[in-house]
Design a protein around this ligand. Structure first.
Ligand code: DAT
Ligand code: MG
Length: 149
């Protein structure tokens, strides 16, 4: 089983899209293992997006991501890092296929409503950055036996 870090960005929260986004992960058969609704500091976002520090949009991105609440989640499931990225669509909503989260719900690259880890290694780093061990819950969803053979 893999885990990935997913966050509804401030634009997605303000537009009332948390429910729609959660619903897609629930319906796919993934298991929510941690979640919190928080406003992150700019320092926290600079650390989160450290690999983009040389990009011209880095400053604005970190400011925007700390400008309002985000809905931060950890989801678990088979191949979830790759599947979540497919569900999200491309970084630029203009390149995202209809049916994907970004392809259905947004239009602008700087307001693309959702973050999702791009590799297993980054997922582990981001999960550690956003959540403490005691914030995870342990349970078996009743559909587990029907989702996996
Ligand atoms: P993703 O969020 O798909 O993993 P990323 O990690 O390359 O994409 O970039 C992080 C965020 O930065 C992205 O969701 C939106 C913003 N961003 C990326 N490229 C951008 C660009 N060319 N102009 C403005 N914002 C950009
Ligand atoms: Mg990324």
């Amino acid at each position: 089983m893999e885990r990935t870090f997913i966050a509804v960005k401030p634009d997605g929260v303000q537009r009332g899209l948390c429910g729609d986004i959660m619903k897609r992960f629930e319906q796919r058969g993934f298991r929510l293992v941690a979640a919190k609704f928080i406003q992150a500091s700019e320092e926290h976002m600079k650390n989160h997006y450290l690999d983009l520090k040389d990009m011209p949009f880095y400053g604005g991105l970190c400011k925007y991501m700390s400008s309002g609440p985000v809905f931060a989640m950890v989801w678990e499931g088979q191949s979830i890092v790759k599947l979540a990225r497919m569900m999200m669509g491309e970084t630029n909503p203009a390149d995202s296929k209809p049916g994907s989260i970004r392809g259905d719900l947004c239009v602008n690259i700087g307001r693309n409503i959702i973050h999702g880890s791009d590799t297993l290694e980054n997922a582990q780093r981001e999960i550690g950055l956003w959540f403490k061990a005691e914030e995870f819950v342990s349970y078996t969803p009743c559909a587990q036996a029907f989702l996996y053979e």
